[in-house]
Design a protein around this ligand. Sequence first.
Ligand code: G3H
Ligand code: 13P
Ligand code: ZN
Length: 320
Amino acid sequence: MISFKELGLVNTKEMFAKAVDGGYAIPGYNFNNMEQLQAIIQACAETKSPVILQVSAGARKYANQTMLRYMAQGAVQYAKELGAEIPIALHLDHGDSFELCKSCIEYGFSSVMIDGSHLPYEENVVLTKQVVDYAHQYDVVVEGELGVLAGVEDDVSAEAHTYTRPEEVEDFVKKTGVDSLAISIGTSHGAYKFKPGQKPEIRLDILSEIEKRIPGFPIVLHGSSSVPQDLIKMINEYGGKMEEAIGIPEDQLRKAAKSAVCKINIDSDGRLAMTAAIRKELAEHPEEFDPRKYLGPARELLRALYERKNIEVLGSADKA
Ligand code: G3H
Ligand code: 13P
Ligand code: ZN
C-alpha cells in the first residue's frame, strides 16, 4: 500500500471547496503517455492551475499501472522544477468495480471514480458506498455518477442520454457519502457529440435544478470536449477523415464552471490536438523518422490547448 501523500499528490477536497466558492472548475485531463502528461504539467504550471490527472481503465491497460504511478510522481517533481506549487491529484476515471478502485488506491491514487451509472439506482448506491467506505479509510475521495451519458465509455455504449434526475441526487449523496457527483445533462464522450443539424446545447436548467437540491456540493461534468473546428480542419487537411465532429460550445462550459460544476473532464480535445500536429508534421516532413520531431510539436500544441482551456473555459488559472 502506497499512500498518495508519499507521492506528493493531494486529494480533491480543498481544490473542490475553493472551486465551488470561487466559481470555476478544476481540469480533469486524461493522459496515457509522457508527452500528454508533460503538456498538462507545463500548461498547469504556467497558468498556476490546480489539476486532476486522470487515468482510465483503458489507459492503465495501455501504459501499465506501475508506469503511470511513477509518471504521476514524476509529474509532481516536474511541476516543482518548473517553479510551480500546484496541487496535483491522481484520479481513476470511470472505475467499474470495487476491485479496480481498491487496486488504484493501493497504487497511490488520491481519487477514484466508481461509475455505477449503468446500474439500477439501488445497485449503484450499494456499489458506490462500498468504494466510499474503503477509500475514506485512506483519505482518498470518491466521485460517483447518476444518469447515463450518450456515446461510448470503454466497452459500454448508450444510444441516448438518460439525464440525471434531480429528485435522486440528495438521496444518492446522503446514502453513499460520495465526495463529488458526475451528472448527465447532455454532454457525451468522444468527438461526435451532436448530430449535424442538432443544436449543440447542454441542459443548464437541469444543472441548476440539481444545484438547488444539493447546494455547494461538487458537481462533475464528463464529456466536455469542445472539438475545436480548427483542429478538425487540420486533421482533414493532412490526410484525416473526421466529418461532422461537433463538441460542447465553450461558452456553455464557462457558464457551468461558474456554478456548482467544479471539475470538467477533457480528453478528446487533447487527442485531436495531438493527432492534428502529428499528421501535419509527418505530411510536411515525410523524410523524418525521429519520433521527437513529430511528438515535440504535438506536445507543444497540446500545451497551448490546455493553457487556453484553463484561462478561457475553466477559469482555473491563478487558482493554485
Ligand atoms: O471517458 C473516457 C475517457 O475519454 C477515457 O477514454 O477509456 O479510451 O481511455 P479511454
Ligand atoms: P471527452 O471525450 O469529451 O473529452 O470527455 C472525457 C471524459 O469525460 C473523461 O472521463
Ligand atoms: Zn468520462
